[in-house]
Design a protein around this ligand. Structure first.
Ligand code: F0G
Length: 456
């Protein structure tokens, strides 16, 4: 069959908020033109993030009913630990309330001020946790990723030449660990190849530097490997995932992505000394090591979700959904990051709005226009999120002006995406009308969450 269908049917529904254009215009102004400040009840199709926004399966809900809420040594913990070990092979596994809690424990226990942590691209919470303890988070994306419009594969790879030069220049002792983020969210949701991971591991091992996987979207990455990488087509996703983890000495995970859960995460490693320090800080900040900030029922939902994320049918449908939106936008001439990523389509706001410069924040104009037109919420990944206001008041722009339309897992159907396509098409036809925006107020850090804007 050519038609790839959603591999589930719907047993429970949640009404979509339907709004009028007049209402959206009024809510947008009240939110100071910042979509983070909207009530979700005013959003019809919410593509703000794929994190914690997925729909759980009947098997997950059934497992939740069996949650064992014992403080120590609960049955749910055993189930969670066994599943995570089955997939990752790690000796030590610590549940955390979400991904950034795992990152915080890793950074706080392993880093001294001025230590360096390279990554293909750090996600913003990973970078913030490293910098919070005085470390230096360095991005080494593959040169392939520079041209956002090329269809090259594995643009999420790490630049291993740059990694070798960094180790040479700074010395292995300045690099307590290296990270790889799969898929590479900050780089457009692009995957990392097994080959790149194997070569990175060999290079790092020669210098005694451990490798830690940011595994949030490990299952989506495994599917790209199966589809694209030579010699991988016949391997089950679980097998590929196991090899990805086997190349690493530890992992941080947000179960809000490929755990198919609404909350949760974990930190894992093989080294006993690392584990002892992780455990001590975990008890202080997250909870006892057999629940780590989660309820027993959350551990159950994650244990089931991690395995569901590795089902072929599920990944085939998931990638087909992203491709569906991407291919239709490409056919209409809408500029997007290519190839389509695993969890999102990234619009090129600079290409979409050639009449605007980075100082006009074209990503804000575009997300606001999509909201106004169809009640669709995306997120700006451009000069608001990654640019900076200097002390003299001038703006340093980001290298790219993107808008991310992230796909919650198992939530929206094909007709919802047809609606999104029509919304984008309509905005694209009238794109010259997208106004520039100014920042009226901003916080000193992570300004995108709370900034207030005005058009014109
Ligand atoms: N690493 C990556 C690659 C991520 O994308 C995220 C979260 C995290 C770590 C942190 O995990 O949210 O559970 O603390 N990304 C979300 C997003 C928020 O919208 O892309 P968390």
């Amino acid at each position: 069959m050519r038609t790839i269908i959603e591999p589930f049917r719907i047993k429970m529904t949640e009404a979509l908020p339907m709004t009028t254009r007049a209402r959206r215009a009024e809510r947008l102004a009240a939110a100071h033109y910042n979509l983070f400040l909207l009530d979700a009840d005013d959003v019809t199709i919410d593509l703000l993030t794929d994190s914690g926004t997925g729909a759980m399966s009947d098997r997950q809900w059934a497992a939740m009913m069996q949650g064992d809420e014992s403080y120590a040594g609960s049955r749910s913990w055993r189930r969670f630990e066994a599943t995570v070990r089955d997939i990752t092979g790690f000796t030590h596994i610590f549940p955390t309330h979400q991904g950034r809690a795992a990152e915080r424990i890793l950074a706080a226990t392993r880093l001294k001020p001025s230590d360096i942590v390279p990554n293909n691209s750090h996600f913003d919470t990973t970078r913030a946790n490293i910098e919070y303890v005085g470390g230096r988070a360095i991005d080494l994306p593959s040169p392939k990723s520079r041209d956002i419009h090329s269809d090259e594969r594995f643009k999420g790879d790490m630049d291993l030449g740059a990694l070798a030069r960094l180790i040479e220049r700074e010395g292995a002792r300045a690099i307590p660990f290296c990270m790889i983020t799969a898929t590479n969210n900050a780089g457009g949701g692009q995957p990392v190849s097994l080959r790149n991971m194997r070569e990175a591991k060999a290079l790092l091992a020669a210098h005694g530097i451990p490798l830690v996987l940011d595994a949030c979207r490990f299952a989506e990455n495994a599917y790209f490997i199966q589809q694209w990488e030579e010699g991988q087509a016949e391997r089950p996703l679980l097998d590929i995932a196991r090899e990805m983890f086997s190349l690493c000495d530890g992992a941080t995970m947000s179960a809000k992505k490929d755990g198919l859960a609404n909350i949760g995460g974990f930190l894992a490693c093989n080294d006993d000394r690392w584990a002892e320090e992780f455990r001590n800080l975990l008890i202080l900040t997250e909870g006892f090591p057999t629940y780590g900030g989660l309820a027993g029922r959350d551990l159950e939902a994650i244990a089931v979700g991690l395995m569901e994320a590795l089902e072929e049918e599920y990944q085939r449908y998931r990638h087909a959904t992203v491709d569906y939106l991407a291919s239709r936008l490409i056919a209409r001439g809408v500029p997007i990051v290519r190839p389509a990523g695993g969890h999102a389509v990234f619009l090129d706001a600079a290409g979409f709005c050639p009449h605007l410069s980075p100082a006009d924040f074209p990503g804000v104009g575009l997300v606001d226009a999509l909201y106004l037109e169809g009640g669709v919420r995306g997120v700006e990944l451009g000069s608001v999120m990654f640019g900076r206001r200097e002390t003299d008041g001038t703006e340093t722009p980001a290298p790219r002006e993107l808008v991310r339309l992230a796909f919650p897992r198992r939530v929206y159907t094909q007709s919802h995406f047809d609606y999104v396509i029509e919304t984008i098409e309509t905005v694209f036809a009238d794109r010259a009308a997208i106004p520039p925006y100014r920042i009226l107020w901003q916080a000193p850090f992570l300004r995108h969450f709370t900034a207030r804007f005005a058009p014109g």
